[in-house]
Each structure stands twice: as C-alpha cells, then as structure tokens.
Design a protein. Structure first.
Length: 279
C-alpha cells in the first residue's frame, strides 16, 4: 500500500531490496523523496525512518537523517515544546478531572478529549470543535461554526453518536470553557450516560491531546497556506482535507509508525480473530 501512496514501482522496489548495492542510494533516495512529498514536507527524519522501515528498508535513523540532509529534504514545520507545569489552579467545585492526564486508552470508545479552537477567515472567525478518541488519537468527530456556543458542542456530540452509536460510560474530557459548562450541554451528556471530565482552570496540560492536535493542524496546514481563507466553506474544505491526511496517511511515532486508522483497524482485526477463537 505504501508503494502505491509513495508512487513507487513495486518491481523496481523489490529488485532494489534484493540487491541494495546497485546504484548505491539511488532507489533509497527516490523513495525518501516520494514519501517526503507525500507527507506534504511535514515528516522529520524519525517519521521518515518509520515510513521507510514499513517498506522494508533496514537503514537506521542516522542514515535516513544523513540522506535527507544530502537531498535537502527539510521538514517545513517546527514543533513548539512546552514544559509541563503542575502549578495549577483549583478545580471548580462542580467539575471533576477523571482523566487526570492519563491519555492512554486500552480500546476505542473509552476516553475522549474535546476542545475548541478559532480559525480566521475573511468573513470572520470560525470556531472548530473536535472530539478525539484517545485510542489511536483519532479525530473522530468535528463541527465548525461562526458561533462559539453550546449548539456547536452539542452538534459535535451528535456526529460522535452517529459514528459510535453508543458512548455510554465513556469519559468525555474538556476544559472549563463556558461552552462545555452550559446547562444544555451538561444535560445532553447526562442523558447519554457518559462521564463528564474537566481540566483544572488555566491548565492546558490536562487536555494536552486536543491542544496538541490543534497545534499540529495549524503548523502543518493552516500557517503554511500563505493566505487567509475566504469563508467558513473554504475553511471546512481545509479542515476536512487535513483530518483525512492526519487519520489515514500521517504516521505517528507514538503508534509505532502506524497511522491512527491503521492502529484502530489492527485492534478491530485482533478482536475479530479473538472472537472466532472463543466461539
């Protein structure tokens, strides 16, 4: 599949694997360039190494890094590394943090992180609400609006329900923004029998997964546009394109070189095999 994505001829690729000394690094370099372009020039040497490894190349990170330098394959993004600060403000007495910065989930539909970010357009600010399944860090549901209100949050929950049918007993974690503390939103979650969890006030690290996703989206896509989108419709297209890339093609170091979709599909396949063995 990666050969198809990277636009590599399969016969030439396997011929090179059998005799990698032919033309030295020619086949290796061509594959590097194709994968780098496929990533929209967002992969650093670590992700490039994982992508090459999935194709069967055995060269280590050091060689990948060296060849990228020679080929002038420079990652066009730079991650901002933030230091964790546990000097947090106290929780609102009506809010409880059940997640407690434990962003690992053992299965899908167990833990969700939700947050809103604002995106500028020529017709005004667009607010994007995204729900991330912490199993595989998949942005499973999202909605955008010119208004940042409880309706946006509730409609995003509806999108999640359409995809997962039931979210009973799942944790849905958010910050203490007014959108997530509205009466109608809280009542909606209560009817769905989910566990509502909230960050401490002024502590973005309590909802780091959502914060990280928005940061990656803006760095890898939005800031590189070079212009401000015309309106919500154009912004929606940009959001949809990036979430498709992020879910289906962007490999994750924390997922062992898999994409979020591959990680999820592997779990479902293992579960099916286990069910067959038991039955």
């Amino acid at each position: 599949m990666l050969c198809k994505i990277a636009e590599i001829d399969r016969s030439n690729f396997y011929k090179w694997l059998k005799n990698p000394h032919i033309d030295a690094y020619e086949g290796f370099d061509n594959t590097l360039k194709n994968i780098f372009n496929m990533s929209n020039k967002t992969y650093g040497y670590r992700r490039m190494h994982l992508a090459m490894k999935k194709l069967g190349f055995k060269q280590n990170e050091k060689i990948v890094r060296k060849r990228m330098k020679i080929l002038d394959l420079k990652c066009e993004i730079r991650q901002n590394k933030k230091k964790n600060n546990n000097n947090n403000k106290e929780m609102n007495s009506k809010c409880t943090n059940y997640l407690k910065q434990d962003f690992k989930a053992t299965a899908p539909n167990k833990k969700y992180s939700v947050d809103i970010t604002y995106l500028p357009t020529k017709k005004g600010m667009v607010y994007l609400n995204v729900i991330i399944d912490l199993f595989g860090k998949i942005p499973i549901a999202y909605k955008s609006s010119y208004s940042c209100d409880s309706k946006l949050a509730e409609e995003t929950i509806d999108v999640l329900i359409n995809k997962r049918k039931s979210i009973k007993n799942a944790i849905i974690h958010s910050d203490q923004g007014v959108t997530y503390l509205s009466k109608s939103y809280i009542e909606k979650l209560s009817k769905l029998k989910v566990i509502r969890s909230n960050s401490k006030k002024g502590c973005p690290y309590d909802n780091a997964c959502s914060e990280n996703f928005f940061s990656i989206f803006k760095i890898e896509k939005l800031y590189r546009l070079g212009y401000i989108p015309a309106d919500k419709e154009e912004m929606d297209e940009i959001i949809e394109q990036y979430i498709d890339f992020y879910t289906n093609r962007r490999i994750s170091i924390s997922l062992g070189g898999l994409t979020p979709k591959e990680y999820y599909d592997n779990y479902i396949e293992k579960k099916k095999r286990l069910t067959k063995l038991v039955s």
